[in-house]
Write a protein that binds this ligand. Structure first.
Ligand code: ATP
Ligand code: LTN
Length: 333
C-alpha cells in the first residue's frame, strides 16, 4: 500500500470467456494505473451467480480470471487481488445499502432490463440487486476512482447516489467515487453488429474475439467483420461504425493513435485492413495465453495471492463496515 495515494477499485465477473472488449475496456487500463493508485481488483463471483452458473465451471473460471489478470500485467505485489466472496463484508454492506435504494431505481437499470429479457425464466432478486452489491464493493474500500467500460456508467452513477444519500442522512462516511472511462476503447462493439457492444455472452460467438481464441480463429473472425459502405478507412463512429470499431481495436493493440492507425491504411482496401487488425490482435493474445497457462499450472502460487488479497481486503472492508454499523445504530460488542 502506498501512502497518500488515492484508491482505485474495479472487478470483472468470472463468467464465460473474456473478450477483447473486457481487456480493452477494463483490465488493460488497470495495468497503466496500478503505479499511481492503491488498487483493489476483485473477481466478482457474487455478481456472477445472478445468472445461473455451473458450479465446477465457476470455480475454474475464478482461478483462470486471476491468472489472466496477472498475465495481462496486473502485479499482485502492487495491487490487492481477491475473490469477492472471500470478504463477507460485501454481502453485509449490500444489505445496509439496500435500505438506501429504491425499487423503482433498480427497475430502471438498463442492464437489469436487458438481462431480465435474456433470462426471463430466472428474474431473481439478485439480478435486480446487482447494482447495490456493486455499490457495496466500491464503497467498502472508499474508492476514489473506478475504471470501467461505458456500459457500467449507470451502475456507477447509482453507486454515487447511494453514497451521497447515506452521507446526507448521517455524516460523511463514504468517499463518493468517480467513474473513469478511457477515450479509446471504452466501448468495443460486436464485429458482426457494430451497433452493439461486444459481449462475453453474445448469441453469435463470431462477433466477439475471446482472449482464449487461437490465431486462426482471430484472423477468421476479423475477416468476416462487418465493414461499412464506401471504401475509405476513416474513424467516423456515426457513419462508419464497423470501420471505426476496427480502427479503435487496432489502435489499442498497436499502441498507435487513431490518426496514426488511419494513416497506416490510406489507399488500402478493407481486406488488407481486416487482416492487419487480426494480426495485431493475435500477436498480443498468443503470449498472453501462454503466460496464463503457465500461471494456472501453479495453483499454490495463485492460492497464495488470493489468500493474502482477501486478508488485506478484509481489513479495509471491516473498518468501513464497522463505521457504517455505528452510524446506523447497530449495537456492537
Ligand atoms: P456479460 O456480457 O456476460 O454480461 P461483460 O462482457 O459485460 O459480461 P463484465 O464482467 O460484466 O463483462 O465486465 C467487465 C468489464 O469489462 C467492465 O468494466 C465492463 O465495462 C468492461 N466491458 C465489457 N464489455 C466491454 C466492451 N465491449 N467494451 C469495453 N468495455 C467492456
Ligand atoms: N458489474 C461489473 C463488475 C463489477 C464491478 C464492481 C466493476 C462488480 N463489482 C465494482 C467496478 C466496481 C461489470 O463490469 N459487469
Amino acid at each position: 500500500m502506498k501512502d497518500g495515494q488515492k484508491t482505485l477499485y474495479s472487478a470483472v465477473q468470472p463468467t464465460n470467456n473474456l473478450t477483447i472488449g473486457n481487456y480493452i475496456g477494463a483490465i488493460k487500463n488497470w495495468v497503466s494505473l496500478q503505479d499511481d493508485y492503491n488498487c483493489y481488483f476483485a473477481i466478482a463471483n457474487m455478481h456472477a451467480i445472478t445468472v445461473r452458473q455451473n458450479p465446477a465451471e465457476l470455480r475454474q473460471k475464478t482461478l483462470s480470471l486471476l491468472a489472466l489478470y496477472i498475465a495481462c500485467g496486473v502485479d499482485p505485489e502492487k495491487c490487492v487481488l481477491y475473490v469477492q466472496s472471500h470478504v463477507p463484508e460485501h454481502a453485509e454492506l449490500c444489505w445496509v445499502l439496500n435500505t438506501f435504494t429504491y425499487v423503482g431505481e433498480m427497475e430502471r437499470m438498463t442492464q437489469f432490463k436487458d438481462k431480465s429479457a435474456r433470462h426471463a425464466d430466472n428474474i431473481n432478486m439478485g439480478l435486480m440487486d446487482y447494482p447495490v452489491l456493486m455499490a457495496a464493493d466500491i464503497l467498502l474500500y472508499q474508492a476514489d476512482i473506478v475504471p470501467v467500460g461505458l456500459d457500467q456508467r449507470q451502475h456507477l452513477e447509482i453507486s454515487r447516489d447511494i453514497a451521497q444519500r447515506f452521507n446526507n442522512v448521517y455524516t460523511p462516511t463514504f468517499t463518493v467515487p468517480e467513474g473513469l472511462y478511457m477515450k479509446v476503447g471504452a466501448k468495443i462493439n460486436d464485429l458482426l453488429n457494430p451497433d452493439k457492444k461486444m459481449s462475453k455472452s453474445a448469441e453469435n460467438p463470431n462477433g466477439s474475439i475471446f482472449l482464449s481464441d487461437d490465431k486462426d480463429t482471430v484472423i477468421r473472425k476479423f475477416k468476416r467483420a462487418v465493414t461499412d459502405s464506401g471504401s475509405e478507412i476513416k474513424y467516423d463512429p456515426e457513419n462508419k461504425p464497423g470501420v471505426s470499431n476496427l480502427l479503435s481495436i487496432y489502435s489499442v493493440f498497436t499502441g498507435k493513435t487513431v490518426a496514426e492507425a488511419e494513416k497506416d491504411f490510406t489507399g488500402k482496401g478493407y481486406g488488407d485492413f481486416k487482416l492487419a487488425v487480426g494480426e495485431a490482435v493475435a500477436d498480443k493474445l498468443v503470449p498472453l495465453q501462454a503466460e496464463q497457462a503457465k500461471l494456472l499450472a501453479d495453483k499454490e502460487y495463485l492460492n497464495g495471492v488470493l489468500l493474502s488479497g482477501a486478508e488485506t481486503a478484509h481489513k479495509t472492508a471491516a473498518r468501513t463496515l464497522s463505521k457504517v454499523y455505528k452510524k446506523i445504530g447497530f449495537y456492537q460488542i
